[in-house]
Design a protein around this ligand. Structure first.
Ligand code: ADP
Length: 681
C-alpha cells in the first residue's frame, strides 16, 4: 500500500473546488461521464491504430446508484489507468493527459472531449470520498484502487479487477443527498448526456409483472448515440427531424421549418436549427438553442455565439471549434465564433428564401408565426435585412401579402403625395381604426396591418431604408389630408364662425388643452366631428413607451385634433342656432372689438418708422391699454361660448360620440354620456 500527498500548491484546494470552481455542483456528472466517454473512445482509437490488440466486447458506460451505501458509481470499459498514470494524471491536478494524447493521435482523436481542465476533481463537490478502481489496457499491468477522502492525502493500492476499464465511486456527502435520488440523476442525464456517442446505462430497465414492478437484466440506456444532427441530411426524412425536435423539447408545439447545418471548412459545425412558432413573446422564447461539443452538452445560453435574433431559434449546434471554457466577452471576439455566426445568419436567410420561392402560399400561411423572428432579424442585423428584404412580407388589412417591391408598385400610382413622397398607410388595430380604414379604402388607398410587437421599430427602420417614403397611420388625419395631393382647399367658415364653434366645443371637452379644433370641408355623409392624432406626436410617444430613449416625448401630454366637418348639417345648425341665441352679446362683442382694433391699428401706424427711443411712453401705454381691453373682451367672449357649449346637449353629444368612436370615452364621462343619451330619447 502506498500513501502520498496530492501534488498541489494550496493545502486546502478542495474547499475551493467545492465552493468556487463550479457554481453548479451538478456538473460533476457531466465531468465523470465525459471522462468515461473519453477513455472509451481512446481505447477505440488505439484499437483502430493497432496499438491495442484486444477486443472491445462491451463499451457501454454504466451508472449505478446505491442508496444504502450512498454511492454513485461510473463504470467504463475504456483505457483504464496504471498506478503511474494515476499518480501523473489524478494526483497532479491541472496536468491533463488529454493534451498529451491528442498530440500523439492528432488525426484520429478529434472526437475526444478534453475541454474540461480540472474535471475529475469536480467529484469532490458532492462527495466525502472518491475511489478509482482501474485496470489499464496495457499488458502486464496491475489493477489499482485509489482512494481519497477530500483532504490532500490519498491512498493507492493494488486490487484485482476483472475487466479493463475504470470504476469511479463517489461517496455522496450529506449536503448533496439530492444526487442520490433517481429522478434527479435521470433529469441530469437527460440534460448533459442525452446525445453522447457511447451508450450510457443508468441501472436496469424496469418492467411490470403481476402488478409489481420488477427490475430486468436489460441495461436502461438513457442516451441516443447518433442524434439526428450527426447524420447526413440525405439519410433523414421530415419525420426524423420532427421526432428529434420532440426529443429536444417534449412539451413544445411542432416547429415550422428546420435547417440542417453541416460545415467542415473553414470550421467545424453541425447542427439542426428549428423555427418555432413565435407568438408575441420574445423573451420567453429565447435561449432554447443548445450548444454541444462533440455531442457533449456545453450550454443552453448561446448569446454572443449566434447573432441576438437567432437566439429565438431552437435546436442544437455542435462544434469542437468553439472555445468552451472561456468568458463570454472572449467568445464574442473569437474569430471562429464570428465566422460561425455569420455562416448561420446566411444559412437561415437562404433557407427562408428557398421556402418563399418554392412555396409562396405555404410561406404566407406561416408568416404570422415567422414574422416576429424575421422582423427582429431585420431591425437588429444589417446583413440579415439585406437578405430578408427579398422575402419579407407586408400584410394589408385585407389579409393579402406583398413583398416590399410588390407593395411599392401597388401603391405608387395612388399614394404619392404632392412632394413625391410615397405614403404607406397603416393601421395597428383593425377594430379600433375600422372607420378610418374604410374611409381610406373608399378613396382607393391600401392600408397595411402593422399590429406586431416590433412593428413600431420596423416602421422607423423601413422609413430609413425606403427612399422618399413615409408611414402614416390611417387615423393620423382626415382621409383627404393623409396623402396631400394638392394644396389645402379654402378654409371653411369665417374666422368669426370658427371662433364660435371652437369655443362651444372646447367648453364641452373635459381635457380642452389636449385638443386643437380644426375645420375641414368634408362630405356631408362624413361624421360631424372626428378625432385625429398627428403621426409625429403619436409615434414619438409610442417610441418612448417602448424605451426608445425619447423620454421627453413620453412626458408630453397627448395632443389631438378635433376635426369639425364644416359641411355637416348638424354643425351648420349648431352654428346658426348659437349665432341666433347669442346674437346680442356676439354683436356687442364684435362692435367693441372692431372699434378697439381700429384704434390699435391707428396707434401702431403712428409708431411706424420710429426708433424705439423715439416712441413716447404715453404712446406705449395707450397701445398696451387697448391690447388689454381687446384681451378682456376676447376672454369674456370665450367664457360665454364655453359655458354655452358645456350646457348644450347637442355639443356634448357630438363630442362624446367622437370620443367614443376613438375608444376614448371612459369611466365617469361614459356614464354621463349614457345618461344624457337616455334623457334625450
Ligand atoms: P481532463 O479530462 O480534462 O483531462 P480530468 O481531471 O477530468 O481532466 O482527468 C484527468 C485525467 O485523468 C484524464 O485526462 C485521464 O487521463 C484520466 N482519467 C480520468 N477519468 C478517467 C477514466 N474514467 N478512465 C481513464 N482515465 C481517466
Amino acid at each position: 500500500m502506498q500513501k502520498g500527498k496530492i501534488n498541489i500548491t494550496a493545502e486546502n484546494i478542495f474547499p475551493i473546488i467545492k465552493k468556487f470552481l463550479y457554481s453548479d455542483h451538478e456538473i460533476f456528472l457531466r465531468e465523470m461521464i465525459s471522462n468515461a466517454v473519453d477513455a472509451t473512445q481512446k481505447l477505440k482509437t488505439l484499437q483502430s491504430a493497432g496499438d491495442f490488440k484486444g477486443e472491445i466486447k462491451d463499451s457501454t458506460i454504466r451508472i449505478k446508484l446505491d442508496k444504502k451505501k450512498k454511492t454513485l458509481t461510473f463504470s467504463d470499459h475504456g483505457v483504464g489507468m496504471t498506478a503511474d498514470e494515476i499518480k501523473k494524471y489524478i494526483n497532479q491536478i491541472a496536468f491533463s493527459s488529454a493534451e498529451e494524447f491528442l498530440e500523439k493521435y492528432k488525426d484520429k482523436a478529434n472526437a475526444i472531449i478534453g475541454h474540461f481542465g480540472l474535471g475529475f476533481y469536480s467529484a469532490f463537490m458532492v462527495s466525502k470520498k472518491v475511489e478509482i478502481h482501474t485496470q489499464s489496457y496495457k499488458p502486464n499491468t496491475k489493477a489499482v484502487l485509489w482512494s481519497c477522502d477530500g483532504s490532500p492525502e490519498f491512498e493507492l493500492d493494488e486490487k484485482p479487477k476483472k475487466d479493463v476499464g475504470t470504476d469511479v465511486i463517489l461517496y455522496i456527502d450529506s449536503e448533496s443527498k439530492d444526487f442520490l435520488e433517481e429522478n434527479k440523476i435521470n433529469e441530469l442525464l437527460r440534460k448533459y448526456s442525452r446525445y453522447l456517442p457511447i451508450p450510457i446505462a443508468f441501472g436496469k430497465e424496469k418492467d411490470w409483472k403481476d402488478g409489481k414492478e420488477v427490475v430486468t437484466k436489460k441495461d436502461n440506456i438513457i442516451n441516443i448515440t447518433t442524434p439526428a444532427w450527426t447524420k447526413k441530411p440525405s439519410d433523414l426524412k421530415d419525420e426524423d427531424y420532427k421526432e428529434f425536435y420532440r426529443d429536444l423539447y417534449p412539451m413544445q408545439e411542432e416547429p415550422l421549418f428546420y435547417i440542417h447545418l453541416n460545415v467542415d471548412y473553414p470550421f467545424n459545425l453541425t447542427g439542426i436549427l428549428y423555427f418555432p412558432r413565435l407568438k408575441n413573446q420574445v423573451e420567453v422564447q429565447k435561449n432554447k438553442i443548445r450548444l454541444y461539443s462533440n455531442q457533449v452538452f456545453v450550454t443552453d445560453s448561446v448569446e454572443g455565439i449566434v447573432p441576438e435574433f437567432l437566439t429565438l431559434l431552437h435546436g442544437v449546434l455542435d462544434s469542437p471549434d468553439i472555445p468552451l471554457n472561456v468568458s463570454r466577452s472572449f467568445l464574442q471576439s473569437d474569430g471562429n465564433v464570428k465566422k460561425i455566426s455569420s455562416h448561420i445568419n446566411k444559412k437561415v436567410a437562404d433557407r427562408l428564401n428557398d421556402i418563399f420561392k418554392k412555396d409562396r402560399k405555404e410561406f404566407e400561411k406561416k408568416w404570422d408565426d415567422l414574422k416576429l423572428f424575421i422582423v427582429y432579424g431585420m431591425i437588429s442585423d444589417e446583413k440579415f435585412y439585406e437578405r430578408a428584404a427579398k422575402f419579407a412580407f407586408l400584410k394589408n388589412t385585407d389579409g393579402q401579402f406583398f413583398t416590399f417591391d410588390e407593395y411599392q408598385n401597388l401603391i405608387k400610382e395612388n399614394q404619392t403625395d404632392k412632394n413625391k413622397s410615397l405614403i404607406y398607410l397603416y393601421a395597428n388595430n383593425q377594430d379600433e381604426q375600422h372607420a378610418y380604414i374604410e374611409a381610406a379604402k373608399l378613396k382607393g388607398y391600401d392600408v397595411l396591418l402593422m399590429d406586431g410587437h416590433l412593428d413600431t421599430h420596423l416602421i422607423s427602420h423601413l422609413e430609413q431604408k425606403f427612399t422618399n417614403s413615409r408611414f402614416v397611420r390611417v387615423d393620423a388625419d382626415i382621409v383627404d389630408k393623409l396623402i396631400q395631393k394638392e394644396d389645402a382647399a379654402e378654409a371653411a367658415f369665417t374666422g368669426e364662425q370658427q371662433n364660435i364653434l371652437s369655443g362651444l366645443f372646447k367648453g364641452a371637452l373635459v381635457n380642452k388643452e389636449g385638443f386643437d379644433v380644426v375645420f375641414e370641408n368634408l362630405s356631408e355623409s362624413e361624421r360631424p366631428l372626428l378625432i385625429t392624432q398627428s403621426e409625429f406626436s403619436r409615434r414619438m410617444k409610442d417610441m418612448s413607451a417602448l424605451g426608445g430613449g425619447m423620454d421627453f416625448y413620453g412626458s408630453l401630454p397627448d395632443s389631438f385634433n378635433l376635426v369639425v366637418n364644416a359641411n355637416h348639417p348638424l354643425i351648420n345648425k349648431l352654428l346658426a342656432d348659437s349665432e341666433k341665441a347669442m346674437s346680442k352679446e356676439l354683436k356687442s362683442h364684435k362692435e367693441k372689438l372692431e372699434s378697439l382694433e381700429g384704434h390699435k391699428t391707428e396707434l401702431e401706424k403712428a409708431k411706424e418708422g420710429k426708433k424705439e427711443e423715439e416712441i413716447k411712453q404715453e404712446e406705449k401705454d395707450k397701445l398696451s391699454d387697448v391690447q388689454k381691453k381687446i384681451d378682456k373682451i376676447e376672454m369674456k367672449s370665450k367664457e360665454m361660448l364655453e359655458k354655452s357649449g358645456k350646457e348644450n346637449t347637442m355639443v356634448c353629444q357630438l363630442i362624446d360620440l367622437a370620443l367614443l368612436s376613438n375608444n376614448m370615452l371612459k369611466g365617469e364621462n361614459l356614464a354621463k354620456f349614457v345618461k344624457r343619451s337616455i334623457d334625450t330619447i
